[in-house]
Design a protein around this ligand. Structure first.
Ligand code: ADE
Length: 323
């Protein structure tokens, strides 16, 4: 079944592939940048940022020479900031030693798990190594009407099955699987089976049960954290705090004063929610005008905040107060 699926996929991909910026002028470095950005972030959100990132850091050497703050500022809004730190660390290794030539070499770079290392190896190095993420699992579990519950081991099994049928067109094969998941074999009740190159061999489709696959375990719960977001304004300046350890380390935030009242005039109050992978922030924001630049904060103007301080998207709902 998989063997018959390969040529159908390659032919479909050549005709229907999207014109995405990382598919032009590809080098191992640019492929690595793209795959790190695309971890947990949608293609539409990455497109423009990828182009901007490479204009700023066109080579591993250029990225290696930048400061961590510059790299974090350039990454602002993309989320999962450890990716930016990993990419920066990887660039220093690549600038020193050259880009690795093997899957194991790529896998050893900071930020590269099995999926990313497989993607870069097959897309940019021409190696027959699969890249199986949630989208590829969905596509393959439907193709084979796989009733088994999806576990991390299951990804390994899919990767092994793909290794056995890997064609010489390694990049097109890996990106073809991703593309099918992205534009045809959609999740949540919307697959476009009429446009699928596998419509005549897909077991789930032949059973009329695309919806049933992949079979999932129960969802993990997210921890809910109540947060105070205190936007302190004094004249034209706003108080910022640099986050220490843990989530969003090294980025800037509006202070959390645990809801303790602050001397000054409260101009607005607003609730907002931001969902991370393992935590949800339920935020109560308040805009308070104060008489003095008090406390251990960094006080910055709206313009400085825009240019210099990386503020995560979690605070987006409150940015309308920064004028
Ligand atoms: N998602 C992850 N890697 C991708 C790629 N190279 N092209 C399109 N979507 C992707």
């Amino acid at each position: 079944m998989l063997k018959a699926a390969v040529p159908l996929l390659l032919e479909w991909y050549r005709i229907h592939k999207r014109d995405l910026p990382w598919r032009k002028d590809r080098t191992p470095y640019t492929a690595f940048v793209a795959e790190l950005m695309l971890q947990q972030t949608r293609v539409e959100a990455v497109k423009e940022r990828y182009v901007r990132f490479l204009a700023r850091f066109p080579s591993a050497e250029a990225l290696a020479a930048a400061s961590e703050d510059e790299v974090l500022k350039e990454w602002e809004g993309l989320g999962y900031y450890s990716r930016a730190r990993n990419l920066h660390a990887a660039a220093k290794i690549i600038a020193r030693e050259g880009f690795p030539h093997t899957f194991e070499g790529v896998r050893a770079l900071p930020g590269a798990g099995d999926y990313t290392a497989g993607a870069v190896s097959s897309i940019a190095l021409g190696l027959p190594v699969p890249a199986v993420d949630g989208n590829v699992v969905r596509v393959l579990s439907r193709l084979t009407a796989d009733e088994a519950v999806q576990t991390p081991q299951k990804r390994g099994e899919y990767a092994e099955a793909l290794s056995l049928v890997f064609p010489p067109e390694t990049a097109d094969f890996t990106e073809g699987l991703m593309e099918l998941g992205a534009i045809v074999c959609l999740p949540n009740g919307a697959p476009l089976c009429g446009e699928c190159p596998w419509r005549e061999i897909c077991r789930a489709h032949l059973l009329g049960k695309e919806e049933n696959f992949p079979v999932r375990t129960e969802k993990r719960e997210r921890r809910i954290e109540e947060r105070d977001v205190c936007v302190l304004k004094c004249g034209k300046k706003y108080a910022l705090n640099r986050r220490g350890k843990g989530l969003l380390r090294g980025l800037w935030e509006f202070p959390d004063l645990g809801g303790v009242p602050v001397a000054g005039k409260t101009l607005a109050v607003k609730r907002a929610k931001h969902v991370f992978t393992h935590v949800e922030w339920h935020m109560t924001g308040r805009l308070v005008e104060t008489e003095t630049e008090f406390g251990d904060f960094t006080w910055a103007t709206a313009e400085e905040i825009g240019k210099k301080y990386a503020l995560p998207s979690a605070f987006k709902a409150f940015m309308e107060w920064i004028v």
